[in-house]
Design a protein around this ligand. Structure first.
Ligand SMILES: [Mg+2]
Length: 268
């Protein structure tokens, strides 16, 4: 990646955006975000949204963005629901799954033909995710499948510690579920379906005939959004409306654009 000290990014053909902490916080659009994305679209750019959050379907995200003033189609959104289904179909076809997950991911896995089971003797893959219905019973099932029967593997939808909310608040995310399972079983999570792994990026760019240097990834988290882009040699912009503060941008992230809001993407 070449040095990009200038504050205003150049124009790209494809803009990839994280959602939570980048386009909105909770139910509130971040200042200038909707207007900036509309302007980029109006100028002819292609826009895709890539979210580690598996608690909503692309249809639900499209409806939310449309409600916030940004008309969006489900196929413009890629989440860890899609990458989890794709990864399991590719690497563990026919596996019996125990998703510690909310309904949208469970329904997508079932619709893809996977058997879902809470029988620890039958489970091949335990999936840790952002699950606000997490219980001790679910932890026990994962423990029995991984520690007692020793036949299952552990994967996670995403590595995020928490999901940012307005007012500096947040909600525990999939890292907490993963850590609980790893702590009691001694088993290590084998794969992550979310940023910074490349799966969301590949899914978002699939079908778009564009070279990497014409794409910009913008997000609020260095270790996920920005790391994924840099690993794929795609230009990156961190926006200080979520987790990251300017002082967090270390030399490991030298050359990325630094934005106070998505409005900084315009111009240039
Ligand atoms: Mg985010």
């Amino acid at each position: 990646m070449t040095a990009m000290p200038e504050r205003t990014p150049k124009r790209y053909d494809v803009y990839l955006f994280d959602l939570d902490g980048t386009v909105y916080l909770g139910e509130e659009a971040l200042p200038g975000a909707i207007e900036a994305i509309r302007a980029l679209r109006d100028a002819g750019a292609t826009v895709r949204f890539v979210s580690n959050n598996p608690t909503r379907t692309p249809e639900a995200y499209a409806a939310k963005l449309t409600r916030l003033g940004l008309p969006t189609r489900p196929d413009e959104i890629v989440t860890t629901i899609g990458t989890t289904v794709w990864w399991l179909r590719t690497y563990h076809p026919g596996a019996t799954l125990f998703p510690i997950a909310e309904a949208p991911l469970c329904e997508a896995l079932a619709a893809a033909g996977f058997v879902l089971s809470d029988d620890p003797a039958a489970i091949d893959v335990v999936i840790a995710s952002y699950d606000r219905t997490f219980t001790y019973a679910k932890l026990q099932t994962a423990f029995d499948a991984l520690w007692f029967h020793k036949r299952a593997i552990l994967i996670q939808t995403n590595p995020d510690r928490y999901c940012p909310f307005p007012g500096g608040r947040g909600e525990p995310d999939a890292a907490a579920i993963t850590a609980a399972i790893e702590a009691c079983t001694g088993v290590t999570c084998q794969a992550s379906m979310g940023k910074p792994a490349p799966w969301l990026l590949r899914a978002a760019l699939a079908g778009l005939d564009v070279p990497p240097e014409r794409c910009l990834m913008t997000g609020d988290r260095l270790a996920t959004d920005i790391r994924m882009a840099l690993d794929a040699r795609i230009d990156a912009a961190v926006v200080f409306t979520g987790e990251t503060r300017p002082e967090d941008v270390t030399d490991a992230y030298a050359g990325i654009y630094q934005l106070d809001g998505l409005g900084d993407l315009l111009g240039g």
